[in-house]
Design a protein around this ligand. Structure first.
Ligand code: NHR
Length: 218
């Protein structure tokens, strides 16, 4: 049984998608704990209702990022996880933290990386006028939103979209590609290339998803 710890900051809808897929598909894995940096994160109650241990490590209580990350790592390490999953976790992590979990920490970022790293990605996409947007599952490395790509899902940008409408469309593909990518990790099918910059999936299957909007036009 592989052990998963999930980090959230808010609603944690991707956490919910991973927890549900794990149960529904009978993964040889267990979500041991959900840790939030915000005491009011709505996702904490979903976790509790599903019998998952929860913990809050409030970043506001710490001197600096190193101290916060050290406390966060202490909580995570109690569970000796095989995998750490960021699910809408909104604090940048220090190099030391990321290196501690190298090769076993994943994130889903709401853009087709390397476009639109950082925050407010949907507004960035609208401002750039792209016609296709989406989400990327990647291994977390010290450089924000630049780790090796595991899976991507694309959605159209349509007339009249605002950031909220676009975000909702992207979120739907996140909920498909993230559980899938986590399952690949659990199945031991993901390997990082020697230079650590690429991901190989064995046996291979599509690492992309195009939202099915055929025929729906604009
Ligand atoms: N840390 C590292 N080192 N590398 C990554 O790839 C990371 C990371 C921490 C979080 C998630 C990411 C996202 O999916 C993520 C990837 C927060 C920020 C941010 O700027 C950026 C990217 C992501 C998450 N946070 C601000 C901060 O000061 C604002 C925090 C706040 O609002 O409280 O940490 O988008």
């Amino acid at each position: 049984m592989k052990k998963i710890v999930i980090l959230i900051s808010g609603r944690g809808s991707n956490m919910e998608a991973v927890v549900r897929a794990c149960a529904r598909e009978g993964w040889p894995a267990r979500v041991c704990a959900v840790v939030s940096n915000r005491p009011d994160a709505a996702g904490l109650s979903f976790a509790q209702a599903n019998g998952i241990e929860t913990k809050v490590v409030d970043h506001r209580g710490f001197e600096d990022r190193e101290a916060f990350d050290a406390a966060l790592a202490r909580e995570i390490d109690r569970y000796e996880p095989d995998l750490v999953v960021l699910a809408g976790f909104i604090r940048m992590l220090t190099d030391g933290f990321v290196e501690r979990y190298a090769g076993r920490i994943l994130n889903v970022h709401p853009s087709l990386l390397p476009c639109f790293a950082g925050l407010r990605t949907h507004q960035q996409a609208l401002d750039a006028g792209v016609r296709v947007h989406g989400a990327t599952v990647h291994f977390v490395t010290p450089t924000l939103d630049h780790g090796p790509i595991v899976a991507q899902g694309a959605v159209p940008v349509v007339a009249g979209d605002d950031a909220a409408a676009l975000a909702a469309r992207v979120l739907q593909v996140e909920h498909v590609i993230y559980p899938r990518a986590v399952r690949w990790f659990i199945e031991g099918r993901l390997t990082l290339t020697i230079d650590g910059e690429r991901v190989a999936l064995t046996p291979s299957e599509p690492q992309w998803l195009f939202a099915d909007t055929a025929g729906k036009g604009a």
